[in-house]
Design a protein around this ligand. Structure first.
Ligand code: ADP
Length: 340
């Protein structure tokens, strides 16, 4: 038969295991002011000496206050590197003059970073929207005071082009949020050859306007993969549009499909202006444009390649880019047949 103390010992062990499995750290102080459990150094003390020392100091302070009956919350920012953020909170575990208490320590670094990304994003969007909206207001104001037909036409055309830019930006933003937020259905078959052929057909008029020839080459037996058609279509349209947009008249853009190890490789190759080596690692960031002035004339939003990257990630594929300034750029997308 089990005796009372061994039952308690077993419970304590289970409690310890449960506390150790939590993502937050805990300091338990009994009514005599003795620390009976603390795991914050094990959980968060591994990221360097400074973090250990600063955490220890913050916990000591909150523990000292707890012993004096003062329970509180505290935010701790450690400049690092790596920069990290903690939230500490002490709570009494009972009534009376010297109750036992718990200090809960949470690593909120990821949450803070996400908040920062969101804040930057909102600031970027506002800035990007402000420019064309401001231009439209100024142009409309100029129009209202103008009587000369040629000038009126010129101003109206500029309003049209700023309006197009706005529409393009809003549509890219909607695509991006849809791609980021909807869960992807990978159960449908998508014929990549058909999809790319459709995109090429759709882009041919704008390519013709720039005297750029669009070519398709396919060397594969099975062009089908599992994926979400509209997402893949958005990704490849962005790549083909960019290839045309950043190429000089008289050049060609080729989209080629090949079989790859258990998947399909799609290459979008142009002979255009190329991307400087120093910018290559940043082009997939939201709103990143190699040359903001050039982007104004091409109507670029800086969102196209972040859409591409998200789509390829969603399909567990890979994306590679090689580019030489003045020679051209090739994006290579490799997609697995099945990402489930
Ligand atoms: P944008 O809407 O400005 O084209 P993207 O996200 O599609 O935004 O591309 C980011 C930047 O990468 C572009 O501003 C452009 O400078 C560069 N870029 C993308 N594709 C090409 C390409 N095929 N050739 C040259 N530069 C490119």
């Amino acid at each position: 038969m089990r005796s009372e103390p061994s039952l308690e010992a077993g419970t304590t062990e289970i409690w310890r295991l449960a506390a150790a499995s939590l993502s937050v750290a805990i300091v338990l102080v009994d009514g005599m002011g003795r620390t009976v459990y603390a795991d914050y150094l094990e959980k968060f003390g591994q990221k360097g000496f400074a973090q250990r020392v600063l955490l220890d100091r913050a916990v000591s302070g909150i523990r000292r206050d707890g012993k004096a009956g003062l329970f509180r919350q505290q935010a701790l920012e450690i400049f690092g590197p790596p920069r990290s953020y903690f939230q500490l909170e002490s709570k009494p575990l009972g009534e009376g003059e010297n109750p036992p208490f718990v200090v809960v320590i949470e690593d909120v670094t990821t949450r803070r970073q996400l908040e920062e990304i969101r804040r930057d994003f909102v600031a970027n969007v506002s800035h990007e929207l402000k420019t064309p909206v401001g231009a439209i207001v100024l142009l409309a104001d100029a129009m209202s005071q103008e009587t000369e037909p040629d000038t009126l036409l010129r101003l109206a055309n500029r309003i049209l082009s700023e309006g197009d830019r706005l529409a393009h930006l809003v549509s890219d933003l909607l695509d991006l949020s849809k791609i980021e937020e909807t869960s992807i259905d990978l159960s449908r078959k998508v014929n990549l050859l058909e999809l790319v052929a459709e995109i090429i057909e759709r882009s041919t008029p704008s390519a013709n306007e720039k005297q750029i020839s669009l070519e398709l080459s396919a060397r594969l037996d099975d062009p089908e993969i599992e994926g979400e058609r509209w997402q893949l279509s958005s990704a490849f349209s962005n790549l083909v549009d960019n290839a045309v947009k950043y190429s000089e008249p008289g050049t060609s853009v080729t989209v080629s499909l090949e079989g790859a190890a258990d998947g399909v490789a799609v290459k979008v190759m142009d002979h255009g202006i190329g991307i400087p080596a120093r910018d290559l690692h940043r082009i997939f960031e939201r709103f990143y444009r190699v040359d903001a002035d050039r982007a104004r004339t091409t109507g670029g939003t800086g969102l196209g390649l972040s859409i591409v990257r998200h789509v390829i990630d969603n399909h567990h594929g890979e994306i590679a880019v090689s580019s030489t300034e003045g020679v051209g750029t090739t994006f290579t997308i490799t997609l697995p047949r099945s990402a489930r």
